[in-house]
Write a protein of this length. Structure first.
Length: 101
């Protein structure tokens, strides 16, 4: 990758992570997210940047999915939700014991 492509790659990966491993499958939006000079330049050099993504449809909307990042995001979210539920259960248990006392 060139320096410019590396910059696009990093920016798009950051946006994909924030969106659960997904990017819009819309080159009008992608080149702007990547901060390319123009859509023409981006379209000419984006193949390597986007090769890790697969096109999918979510709610009839075309999206680009980074399979590894989407799975990692779900795993991270699941761990966080488990910890949150455990904390809530612990808090409820403490509250119940205080109420009985």
């Amino acid at each position: 990758m060139t320096d410019v492509q590396t910059g696009w790659y990093i920016r798009l990966r950051a946006f994909a992570w924030r969106a659960g491993g997904f990017l819009p499958a819309d080159h009008d939006r992608l080149w702007r997210l990547a901060r390319a000079q123009s859509r023409e330049i981006f379209d000419g050099d984006c193949e390597l940047i986007l090769e890790e993504y697969e096109e999918v449809s979510i709610d009839s909307k075309p999206m680009l999915k980074h399979p590894q990042w989407a799975a990692q995001y779900l795993e991270t979210l699941d761990k966080w939700m488990s910890k949150k539920q455990a904390g809530l259960a612990s808090k409820a248990s403490i509250h119940a014991r205080e109420t009985v006392s």
